[in-house]
Design a protein around this ligand. Structure first.
Ligand code: PLP
Length: 446
């Protein structure tokens, strides 16, 4: 017997991070810990939980499904859950996305999209079109393909030699504009770099991958809709596929069901996960157009998409996902989303101009405050200080270094969300005290 087996926690540095909090149960917006605390889950447990924890309809759907079918492989078999999910998703997905491929999480949804894009061109007799274009500040997951398209960072550094090369182009990070413009007067000049690249190299490029409108882990960077619209226009003009990684932005996060819809565009491939099951069970999915799908249909078996995960299309996860989509139809989910969006805007405006605050930004249910810091970035020393401060205030927020963000389940009440913003306002005083003590932050550094 191995009596030394221990849990190795994700994104955790045991040498310095506090020990994990044990959670016994969760309900709505709250997590209840073994030591008797009640925490507001201000980040929807890594952005997955959209309708609140243990939503009765989702829990009941999973329980019901356990009586019928636990799991069956999806090669050569199908089942009611994936079929119903597919027909319900059809009502919401951007036009033209007509084929749905299941996987297990956000990273695999991205891997599938990348592989589909590359093989699509090969199957279409244009094997030179293999290149992938990705944005600065991107984050698409932790598997090797997803890391390759993510921006280089301390997450990816140890694996640099394993990552495939990509074309990296500017993102529309207006607060730190890559081309030195100001949003009020710019013409989305940051997209010119992509335009030049596609003009020159479109014969060698399979796809452009973006997190539409909101780059999440890269710093909750909100793009102007015109940026995404221009990217779509350029991809169409140069016959390059557009992959929208909506793993975070999907299922209402940015104010509509999908960020693509907010911008009025339709991608060629879309990656889904996180909120797809309402946050109850893992599931990934990649949808594509018939043009892409049909290039794989052939009597020549070498054109097959040879990809699949053991738990692909798991019936319990599918039941949860169907129940989550029903919640969208049966509850005033988009009213809740609009209320959150309105509170984000109002409360963030009050924080703008504070000495410690560089930028505030929001889209739909996501609000963010970028603090000045002389060690700006994911490893900023502000993070542990702020994380502890919020936990001690009864709130789970996990700042991305010097960027505090709020990404709550949609059932959060006005009072709960205002409470979070009151504590964020208090936290700025803590930041200023640290600054005065010359420890962590500096107003001079951006
Ligand atoms: N894509 C985006 C935009 C994400 O935000 C994430 C995770 O945060 C992923 C992909 C990876 O998802 P997962 O952690 O489920 O693999």
């Amino acid at each position: 017997m191995n009596s030394r087996l221990q849990i190795w926690h994700p994104f955790t540095q045991e040498a310095v991070d506090p020990p994990p909090l044990r959670v016994d149960r969760a309900e709505g917006v709250y997590l209840y810990t073994s030591d008797g605390r009640r925490l507001i889950d201000g980040i929807s447990s890594w952005w997955v939980n959209i309708h609140g924890h243990c939503h009765p309809a989702i829990m009941a759907a999973i329980a019901e499904q356990t009586k019928k079918l636990d799991h069956v492989l999806l090669a050569g078999f199908t089942h009611h859950g994936v079929e119903e999910l597919c027909s319900r998703l059809r009502r919401f997905l951007p036009a033209g996305l007509e084929h749905l491929f299941f996987s297990d999480n956000g990273s695999t949804a991205v891997e599938v999209a990348l592989k589909m894009a590359v093989q699509y061109w090969r199957n279409s007799g244009r094997p030179k079109k293999q290149g992938i274009v990705a944005l600065e500040h991107a984050y698409h997951g932790d598997t090797v393909g997803a890391m390759s398209v993510s921006a280089p960072s301390s997450f990816t550094d140890p694996f640099r030699s394993f990552l495939f090369p990509v074309h990296r182009v500017h993102s529309a990070y207006c607060f730190r504009c890559p081309v030195g413009k100001v949003r009020a007067t710019c013409s989305i000049d940051c997209v010119d770099q992509l335009a030049r690249l596609l003009e020159e190299k479109h014969d060698e490029i399979a796809a452009v991958i973006v997190e539409p409108l909101l780059q999440g882990a890269g710093g909750m960077i909100v793009h102007p809709v015109e940026f995404l619209q221009q990217v779509r226009r350029l991809c169409s003009e140069f016959d390059v596929l557009l992959i929208a990684d909506e793993v975070l932005t999907g299922f209402g996060r940015t104010g509509k069901m999908f960020a693509s819809e907010v911008a009025g565009i339709a991608p060629d491939l879309i990656c889904l996960s996180k909120g797809i099951t309402g946050g109850a069970l893992p599931m990934g999915a990649t949808a594509c157009t018939s043009r892409i799908h049909d290039a794989f249909v052939s009597h020549d078996r070498s054109r097959t998409f040879w990809h699949g995960h053991s738990y692909t299309g798991n019936p319990l996860a599918a039941a949860a996902a169907v129940a989550s989509l029903r919640v969208f139809e049966e509850e005033p989910v988009f009213d809740r989303i609009a209320t959150i969006a309105q509170i984000h805007s109002a409360r963030l405006e009050q924080l703008r101009g504070h000495e410690a605050v560089g930028d505030v930004r929001s889209i739909g249910t996501v609000g963010a405050v970028e603090l000045y810091a002389d060690d700006a970035g994911y490893l900023s020393k502000l993070k542990p200080v702020l994380y502890d401060f919020f936990l001690n205030s009864g709130i789970l927020l996990r700042p991305l270094g010097n960027i505090i963000y709020v990404l709550p389940p949609y059932v959060i009440t006005r009072d709960e969300l205002n409470y979070i913003y009151d504590r964020i306002a208090n936290s700025l005083e803590v930041v200023q005290e640290l600054r005065a003590a010359g420890k962590h932050a500096s107003g001079a550094a951006k």
